[in-house]
Design a protein around this ligand. Sequence first.
Ligand code: PGA
Length: 250
Amino acid sequence: MPAASRRLIAGNWKMNGERAAGLALARDIVAELRGAHDRVATVAVCPPFTLLHPVAEVLAGSAIKLGAQDCHDQLSGAFTGSIAAPMLADAGCTFVILGHSERRHRLGESDALVRAKLGAAWQAKLPPILCLGEQSSEREAGATLDVVGRQLADSLPPGDAALVVAYEPVWAIGSGRVPGRGDIAAVHTFLRQELMRVRADGEAIPILYGGSVGAGNAAEIIGIEEVGGVLVGGASLNAASFAAIARAAG
Ligand code: PGA
């Protein structure tokens, strides 16, 4: 991790959270982390679109940031059912997750589409969290670095606007399986080299790890020198677990 950066601990609620439960979760996270986390890490929650405005109100006055889980590649227009990056900024978001493997593999998002979405996020001054990661067959074939290298090259537009990268092996997401420390470090080191090749600020871009991070393994994963924080799915739906992960960043 670059020496001067703060770690980023981001919770991806995915398609979970109706109003009462989502607001209770946000309130509990604020209460759990009051005064504790902001010295050491940036903490963000990424609820579904329907909860962005009310969760923004719950987070007001805390140091916890709001993020979104996706945006359209255009800034406005006749795109029924879609949400544009400026709407997310307007709702109080300071991050947007893009290229998550559930969208790449289950909804067929291509690198080209992800790249266009990053362009839209940048136009809205919304830092994207660009997700990359190999599938289990690709890891077994020894193709992990080729896959993440290609995803990075093809999903990252030219430019130097704010960026976070998240390495999320597809087979580790929601599975309880986590790569070994050495495997995580190797992919992060490779991504760092690639970022330094294409961006003047490549050394300072946070590179997160995501995939089955929980209260029990967060300290070990965040303790890997190359890891700049974590993107948390399932464990971010429990305030105590998410707070424990955030505290592990200290
Ligand atoms: P998980 O999800 O923590 O439930 O494995 C991570 C993610 O999809 O970002």
